[in-house]
Design a protein around this ligand. Structure first.
Ligand code: ADP
Length: 198
């Protein structure tokens, strides 16, 4: 796939979907295609935990239990990140916002800089399929939050706290629904096509 001409365009995207839908994988590919940074709050938290930073120590237990980090901490982290110079060309946020409070904060951050979202990519995947993928990933990556019990908790937290956000963005006419099942490249192609057809 060729890179999209981004010389004149700023692209600001969100990618939302249940744990295991492949957000991180697609985010990396889309970032390359659109020439924008992919910002994953989960990756940032995991890097901080690994490095034993103050933030990492604060959030380790929460992240490993599959619950959400308090909004204050997450919001501050994203606010700082979105002020970095590389975000001038746009961004793809993966894993944020995840709560209504975070939607409000992102609205404020964007409003302050006169920026607006272009689209919200909703990855749709069957729960059984997704749990199976995560089990496989657990064997390969050994993520502390990929155990069976934590997986179930993460799916539940997603259904309760994050799935409802899709309606908020749908009301704004921003949601692009994409089937997340299939080969990685196929899914990427579907996303790019869906965005181009908006
Ligand atoms: P996945 O999409 O596979 O559930 P992520 O890598 O996006 O995983 O996130 C892993 C964990 O990091 C979450 O379960 C949560 O503890 C924490 N986290 C990531 N993003 C947020 C967020 N926006 N708000 C609160 N917690 C978050």
């Amino acid at each position: 796939m060729t890179a999209v001409d981004t010389a004149t365009a700023t692209v600001r995207l969100l990618i939302i979907g249940p744990p295991g839908a492949g957000k991180g994988t697609q985010a990396a590919k889309l970032a390359e295609i659109y020439g924008i940074p992919a910002i994953s709050t989960g990756d940032i938290f995991r890097a901080n935990i690994k490095d034993g930073t103050e933030l990492g120590q604060k959030v380790q237990q929460i992240v490993e239990s599959g619950s959400y980090v308090p909004d204050e901490l997450t919001n501050e982290l994203v606010r700082d990140r979105l002020l970095q110079p590389d975000v001038e060309v746009g961004f793809l946020l993966d894993g944020y916002p995840r709560t209504t409070e975070q939607v409000g904060e992102l609205d404020r951050i964007l409003h302050e800089s006169g920026a607006r979202l272009d689209a919200v990519i909703q990855l749709v995947a069957d729960v059984d399929e997704v749990v199976e993928r995560l089990r496989k990933r657990a064997l390969v990556e050994g993520r502390a939050d990929d155990t069976e019990e934590v997986l179930r908790h993460r799916q539940q937290v997603y259904a309760e706290q994050t799935a409802p956000l899709i309606d908020v963005y749908a009301d704004r006419g921003l949601v692009v629904v994409v089937d997340a099942l299939g080969h990685v490249d196929e899914v990427t192609e579907r996303i790019v096509t869906a965005l181009a057809n908006r």
